[in-house]
Design a protein around this ligand. Structure first.
Ligand SMILES: Nc1ncnc2c1ncn2[C@@H]1O[C@H](COP(=O)(O)OP(=O)(O)OP(=O)(O)O)[C@@H](O)[C@H]1O
Length: 228
C-alpha cells in the first residue's frame, strides 16, 4: 500500500509542485497519473521511490515511513520499486541480457538465479531472441520493453513508469501498455504518469488527475479528461 498524507513539495527555487496531496493506492492497483504539463505528475511519482522528499506531510510504502527512512536504507526501498523512464536509460555498451542482469549482480544473486530470472523476464516482455543485441540494434518499443524487464527482474511490488510511451508511436505504445497490464495481473502495483489520452481511454483504470499541484480527480475506470 502507498499512502500520502497531506503531502507538500516545494523545490529549492520556490516552486510548489504539490500542495496537500492525500491518496491511498492499494497493492495490485493500476493507476494512471494525468494532468497538464507542469501540474506535478513527475513530482508525485518521484516521491514514491524517494527520488524526491516531501517538504511536509508523510508518505508510507507499506509500513515504511519514507520521511524517516535513513539514506543508507534507500537501496532496500528501491529493490521493491521498479522504475521505467520515458528515455529508457539503458547502458549503451551492454547487451540486453547484461542490462537486465546488472540489477541482480549488484545485489549479488547467484549466477544461476541471474540467468533464470533474466530469461524469465525477457520472456514476459517477448524479447528472448534479442538477449545478445545492444540497445542501438533495437527499435524504441523494444528498448522500452528491455527497460521494463530490467524494472521487474527484482520482482518489485510496485512499478512506476513516468511517461513510458512518450517517445513511442501509438501502436507501439499500446503494446507497452499490454506489457504493463500483464505485469499488473501478477499482483504488481503499476503507477503510470502519462499524456496519452488514447491509452487512458482505451485501457480503463483508476485515474488520478493532478492540476496545479492538487488532486483534481480520482476515479475508478476514469477518463483522460483533457483535450490533446
Ligand atoms: N527539480 C526541480 N526544481 C525546481 N522546480 C521543479 C523541479 N522539478 C519540477 N519542478 C517544477 O515543479 C512543477 C511540477 O513539475 P512536474 O515535473 O512534477 O510536472 P509534470 O506534471 O510531470 O509535468 P510534465 O507533464 O510537463 O512532465 C513545475 O512547475 C516544474 O517546473
Amino acid at each position: 500500500m502507498i499512502l500520502m498524507k497531506d503531502v507538500y513539495k516545494t523545490y529549492a527555487n520556490g516552486v510548489t509542485a504539490l500542495s496537500g496531496v492525500n491518496v491511498k493506492i492499494d497493492q495490485g492497483e493500476f493507476v494512471y497519473v494525468v494532468g497538464p504539463s507542469g501540474a506535478g505528475k513527475s513530482t508525485f511519482v518521484k516521491l514514491i521511490f524517494r527520488e524526491e522528499k516531501p517538504s511536509s506531510g508523510q508518505i508510507f510504502i507499506n509500513d515504511i515511513n519514507l520521511s524517516e527512512l535513513k539514506e543508507r536504507k534507500i537501496p532496500y526501498l528501491r529493490r521493491n520499486i521498479g522504475v521505467v523512464y520515458q528515455d529508457f536509460r539503458l547502458l549503451p555498451k551492454l547487451t540486453v541480457y547484461e542490462n537486465i542482469a546488472f540489477a541482480l549482480e549488484v545485489i549479488e544473486e547467484s549466477p544461476r538465479n541471474i540467468r533464470n530470472r533474466v530469461m524469465d523476464v525477457l520472456d514476459v516482455v517477448g524479447l528472448k531472441n534479442k538477449a545478445k543485441s545492444i540497445p542501438d540494434e533495437l527499435s524504441g518499443g523494444e528498448q522500452q520493453r528491455v527497460s521494463i524487464a530490467r524494472a521487474i527482474v527484482n520482482r518489485p511490488k510496485i512499478v512506476i513508469a513516468d511517461e513510458p510511451t512518450g517517445n513511442l508511436d501509438p501502436e507501439t505504445s499500446l503494446d507497452i501498455l499490454k506489457t504493463f497490464e500483464s505485469i499488473n495481473e501478477g499482483g504488481t502495483t503499476v503507477i503510470m504518469a502519462t499524456h496519452s489520452k488514447a491509452i487512458v481511454n482505451q485501457f480503463k483504470k483508476r485515474v488520478i488527475a493532478i492540476e496545479d499541484g492538487i488532486i483534481a480527480r480520482d476515479e475508478q475506470q476514469g477518463e483522460y479528461g483533457y483535450e490533446v
